[in-house]
Design a protein around this ligand. Structure first.
Ligand SMILES: O=c1ccn([C@@H]2O[C@H](COP(=O)(O)O)[C@@H](O)[C@H]2O)c(=O)[nH]1
Length: 232
Protein backbone atom coordinates (compact mmCIF):
# COMPACT_ATOMS: atom_id res chain seq x y z
CA UNK A 1 0.00 0.00 0.00
CA UNK A 2 1.17 3.56 -0.79
CA UNK A 3 2.05 5.78 2.17
CA UNK A 4 -1.14 7.46 3.37
CA UNK A 5 -1.53 11.01 2.04
CA UNK A 6 -4.75 11.77 3.91
CA UNK A 7 -4.54 13.21 7.41
CA UNK A 8 -7.97 13.20 9.02
CA UNK A 9 -8.53 16.20 11.31
CA UNK A 10 -10.24 14.78 14.41
CA UNK A 11 -12.00 18.00 15.34
CA UNK A 12 -14.42 16.47 17.84
CA UNK A 13 -15.65 17.76 21.20
CA UNK A 14 -14.68 14.61 23.08
CA UNK A 15 -12.49 11.54 22.87
CA UNK A 16 -15.38 9.09 22.49
CA UNK A 17 -16.57 10.68 19.25
CA UNK A 18 -13.02 10.64 17.92
CA UNK A 19 -12.60 6.98 18.89
CA UNK A 20 -15.91 6.09 17.21
CA UNK A 21 -14.29 7.08 13.93
CA UNK A 22 -10.76 5.80 14.57
CA UNK A 23 -12.08 2.31 15.49
CA UNK A 24 -13.14 2.01 11.84
CA UNK A 25 -9.80 3.22 10.48
CA UNK A 26 -6.58 1.44 9.63
CA UNK A 27 -3.25 3.23 10.35
CA UNK A 28 -2.02 2.03 6.94
CA UNK A 29 -4.85 3.92 5.30
CA UNK A 30 -4.68 7.39 6.86
CA UNK A 31 -2.95 9.53 9.44
CA UNK A 32 -4.73 11.50 12.16
CA UNK A 33 -4.55 15.10 13.28
CA UNK A 34 -5.33 16.12 16.84
CA UNK A 35 -5.90 19.85 17.14
CA UNK A 36 -6.73 22.39 19.78
CA UNK A 37 -10.34 21.36 20.45
CA UNK A 38 -9.80 17.63 20.94
CA UNK A 39 -6.48 18.07 22.75
CA UNK A 40 -8.00 20.55 25.19
CA UNK A 41 -11.02 18.29 25.81
CA UNK A 42 -9.41 14.84 25.83
CA UNK A 43 -5.80 15.60 26.76
CA UNK A 44 -2.44 14.02 25.98
CA UNK A 45 -3.69 10.56 27.03
CA UNK A 46 -5.79 10.26 23.89
CA UNK A 47 -2.84 11.25 21.71
CA UNK A 48 -0.68 8.56 23.34
CA UNK A 49 -3.47 6.01 22.98
CA UNK A 50 -3.90 6.66 19.25
CA UNK A 51 -0.13 6.63 18.70
CA UNK A 52 0.10 3.32 20.60
CA UNK A 53 -2.54 1.92 18.23
CA UNK A 54 -0.11 2.56 15.38
CA UNK A 55 -1.56 5.79 13.99
CA UNK A 56 0.78 8.54 12.80
CA UNK A 57 -0.39 11.56 14.76
CA UNK A 58 0.03 15.15 13.64
CA UNK A 59 -0.32 17.19 16.83
CA UNK A 60 -1.62 20.49 15.48
CA UNK A 61 -1.20 22.87 18.41
CA UNK A 62 0.50 25.61 16.36
CA UNK A 63 2.88 26.78 19.08
CA UNK A 64 3.55 30.55 18.97
CA UNK A 65 5.38 31.99 21.97
CA UNK A 66 8.87 32.99 23.10
CA UNK A 67 11.64 30.60 21.92
CA UNK A 68 12.25 28.98 25.34
CA UNK A 69 8.56 28.23 25.88
CA UNK A 70 8.04 26.85 22.39
CA UNK A 71 11.15 24.66 22.58
CA UNK A 72 9.89 23.13 25.86
CA UNK A 73 6.38 22.65 24.48
CA UNK A 74 7.82 20.86 21.43
CA UNK A 75 9.76 18.50 23.70
CA UNK A 76 6.58 17.76 25.65
CA UNK A 77 4.75 17.03 22.38
CA UNK A 78 7.55 14.77 21.15
CA UNK A 79 7.30 12.77 24.39
CA UNK A 80 3.74 11.80 23.37
CA UNK A 81 5.12 9.80 20.45
CA UNK A 82 3.66 11.98 17.71
CA UNK A 83 4.73 11.76 14.07
CA UNK A 84 4.50 15.49 13.34
CA UNK A 85 3.99 18.74 15.24
CA UNK A 86 3.91 22.40 14.35
CA UNK A 87 4.64 25.99 15.29
CA UNK A 88 3.61 29.31 13.71
CA UNK A 89 6.24 30.71 11.33
CA UNK A 90 5.09 34.17 12.47
CA UNK A 91 6.84 33.35 15.78
CA UNK A 92 10.05 34.15 13.91
CA UNK A 93 13.42 32.62 13.07
CA UNK A 94 14.77 32.36 16.65
CA UNK A 95 11.62 30.66 17.86
CA UNK A 96 11.67 28.11 15.04
CA UNK A 97 15.40 27.47 15.51
CA UNK A 98 14.87 26.90 19.25
CA UNK A 99 12.12 24.36 18.50
CA UNK A 100 14.27 22.64 15.89
CA UNK A 101 17.34 22.46 18.16
CA UNK A 102 15.29 21.07 21.06
CA UNK A 103 13.80 18.31 18.90
CA UNK A 104 17.16 17.44 17.33
CA UNK A 105 18.20 16.04 20.72
CA UNK A 106 15.22 13.66 20.99
CA UNK A 107 15.59 9.95 20.26
CA UNK A 108 12.67 9.62 17.81
CA UNK A 109 12.37 13.11 16.42
CA UNK A 110 8.95 13.99 14.98
CA UNK A 111 8.63 16.09 11.83
CA UNK A 112 8.50 19.77 12.71
CA UNK A 113 6.62 22.06 10.35
CA UNK A 114 5.43 25.68 10.50
CA UNK A 115 2.09 27.24 9.68
CA UNK A 116 2.58 30.01 7.13
CA UNK A 117 -0.71 31.84 6.50
CA UNK A 118 -3.87 30.17 7.80
CA UNK A 119 -6.00 28.81 4.97
CA UNK A 120 -8.98 30.69 6.43
CA UNK A 121 -7.30 34.01 5.56
CA UNK A 122 -7.75 35.90 2.31
CA UNK A 123 -6.16 39.14 1.11
CA UNK A 124 -8.57 41.26 3.18
CA UNK A 125 -7.76 39.35 6.37
CA UNK A 126 -4.05 39.75 5.70
CA UNK A 127 -4.44 43.52 5.20
CA UNK A 128 -6.41 43.72 8.46
CA UNK A 129 -3.40 42.43 10.39
CA UNK A 130 -1.02 44.71 8.50
CA UNK A 131 0.45 42.25 6.02
CA UNK A 132 0.74 43.63 2.51
CA UNK A 133 1.15 41.49 -0.59
CA UNK A 134 -0.77 38.47 -1.77
CA UNK A 135 -1.32 35.35 0.31
CA UNK A 136 1.15 33.52 -1.94
CA UNK A 137 3.86 36.16 -1.40
CA UNK A 138 3.42 35.98 2.37
CA UNK A 139 3.35 32.16 2.36
CA UNK A 140 6.52 32.04 0.27
CA UNK A 141 8.37 34.49 2.53
CA UNK A 142 7.41 32.58 5.68
CA UNK A 143 8.21 29.23 4.07
CA UNK A 144 11.72 30.45 3.15
CA UNK A 145 12.21 31.52 6.77
CA UNK A 146 10.99 28.11 7.92
CA UNK A 147 13.49 26.38 5.66
CA UNK A 148 16.27 28.66 6.90
CA UNK A 149 15.41 27.60 10.47
CA UNK A 150 15.92 23.97 9.48
CA UNK A 151 12.33 22.75 9.80
CA UNK A 152 10.93 19.92 7.68
CA UNK A 153 8.17 21.80 5.90
CA UNK A 154 5.14 24.03 6.15
CA UNK A 155 1.38 24.12 6.38
CA UNK A 156 0.08 26.04 3.36
CA UNK A 157 -2.92 25.90 1.08
CA UNK A 158 -2.79 23.74 -2.02
CA UNK A 159 -3.03 26.97 -4.01
CA UNK A 160 0.54 27.88 -3.04
CA UNK A 161 1.98 24.38 -3.40
CA UNK A 162 3.44 24.73 -6.93
CA UNK A 163 5.23 27.99 -6.10
CA UNK A 164 6.63 26.55 -2.88
CA UNK A 165 7.72 23.30 -4.49
CA UNK A 166 9.53 25.24 -7.21
CA UNK A 167 11.20 27.65 -4.77
CA UNK A 168 12.05 25.25 -1.95
CA UNK A 169 12.74 21.89 -3.59
CA UNK A 170 11.61 18.35 -3.04
CA UNK A 171 12.41 17.19 0.50
CA UNK A 172 10.45 20.11 1.97
CA UNK A 173 7.05 18.88 3.23
CA UNK A 174 3.91 20.67 2.08
CA UNK A 175 0.96 19.87 4.32
CA UNK A 176 -2.28 21.29 2.96
CA UNK A 177 -5.58 21.91 4.77
CA UNK A 178 -8.43 23.73 2.99
CA UNK A 179 -9.16 20.60 0.95
CA UNK A 180 -12.62 20.47 -0.61
CA UNK A 181 -13.93 18.20 -3.35
CA UNK A 182 -15.91 19.95 -6.09
CA UNK A 183 -19.30 21.11 -4.88
CA UNK A 184 -18.46 20.77 -1.16
CA UNK A 185 -19.05 23.63 1.30
CA UNK A 186 -15.90 25.62 2.09
CA UNK A 187 -17.13 26.81 5.49
CA UNK A 188 -14.55 29.23 6.93
CA UNK A 189 -11.80 28.12 4.53
CA UNK A 190 -10.83 30.80 1.99
CA UNK A 191 -7.95 29.25 0.06
CA UNK A 192 -9.28 25.85 -0.99
CA UNK A 193 -8.39 23.23 -3.58
CA UNK A 194 -9.66 19.77 -4.45
CA UNK A 195 -7.66 16.72 -3.26
CA UNK A 196 -6.46 15.98 -6.81
CA UNK A 197 -5.45 19.58 -7.51
CA UNK A 198 -3.48 19.87 -4.26
CA UNK A 199 -1.52 16.67 -4.92
CA UNK A 200 -0.90 17.58 -8.55
CA UNK A 201 0.58 20.91 -7.42
CA UNK A 202 3.04 19.13 -5.16
CA UNK A 203 1.35 18.74 -1.76
CA UNK A 204 2.67 15.80 0.28
CA UNK A 205 -0.28 15.48 2.64
CA UNK A 206 -3.94 16.51 2.59
CA UNK A 207 -5.49 17.59 5.90
CA UNK A 208 -9.21 16.90 5.76
CA UNK A 209 -11.67 17.46 8.57
CA UNK A 210 -15.32 18.36 8.10
CA UNK A 211 -15.71 16.80 4.63
CA UNK A 212 -15.15 13.48 6.46
CA UNK A 213 -16.07 14.07 10.12
CA UNK A 214 -19.16 16.15 9.26
CA UNK A 215 -20.45 13.75 6.60
CA UNK A 216 -23.53 11.60 7.33
CA UNK A 217 -21.34 8.55 6.58
CA UNK A 218 -17.69 9.50 7.34
CA UNK A 219 -16.29 6.20 6.04
CA UNK A 220 -18.12 6.61 2.72
CA UNK A 221 -16.81 10.20 2.51
CA UNK A 222 -13.25 8.95 3.10
CA UNK A 223 -13.68 6.27 0.43
CA UNK A 224 -14.91 8.92 -2.02
CA UNK A 225 -11.82 11.07 -1.43
CA UNK A 226 -9.53 8.04 -1.70
CA UNK A 227 -11.15 7.21 -5.03
CA UNK A 228 -10.47 10.75 -6.27
CA UNK A 229 -6.72 10.41 -5.65
CA UNK A 230 -6.27 6.73 -6.46
CA UNK A 231 -3.60 7.37 -9.09
CA UNK A 232 -1.37 9.55 -6.87
O1 LIG B 1 -3.87 26.98 7.84
C1 LIG B 1 -4.47 26.07 8.45
C2 LIG B 1 -3.89 25.36 9.47
C3 LIG B 1 -4.59 24.34 10.08
N1 LIG B 1 -5.84 24.04 9.69
C4 LIG B 1 -6.53 22.93 10.37
O2 LIG B 1 -6.87 21.92 9.40
C5 LIG B 1 -8.16 21.40 9.65
C6 LIG B 1 -9.03 21.64 8.46
O3 LIG B 1 -10.33 21.21 8.73
P1 LIG B 1 -11.53 21.28 7.68
O4 LIG B 1 -12.71 20.86 8.51
O5 LIG B 1 -11.20 20.31 6.59
O6 LIG B 1 -11.65 22.68 7.18
C7 LIG B 1 -8.66 22.06 10.94
O7 LIG B 1 -8.38 21.18 12.01
C8 LIG B 1 -7.81 23.31 11.08
O8 LIG B 1 -7.55 23.62 12.42
C9 LIG B 1 -6.43 24.74 8.70
O9 LIG B 1 -7.60 24.51 8.32
N2 LIG B 1 -5.72 25.74 8.08
Amino acid sequence: MEEPRIIIALDYPNGEQALNLTRQLDPARCRLKVGKELFTRAGPGLVERLADQGFSIFLDLKFHDIPHTVARACLAAADLGVWMLNVHALGGLSMMQAAQEALAKTSSRPFLIAVTVLTSMDQTALAQIGLSGTAEENVLRLARLTQEAGLDGVVCSGQEASALRQALGTPFLLVTPGIRSAGTASGDQQRVLTPREALSKGANYLVIGRPITGAPDPMAALEGIEAEILDF
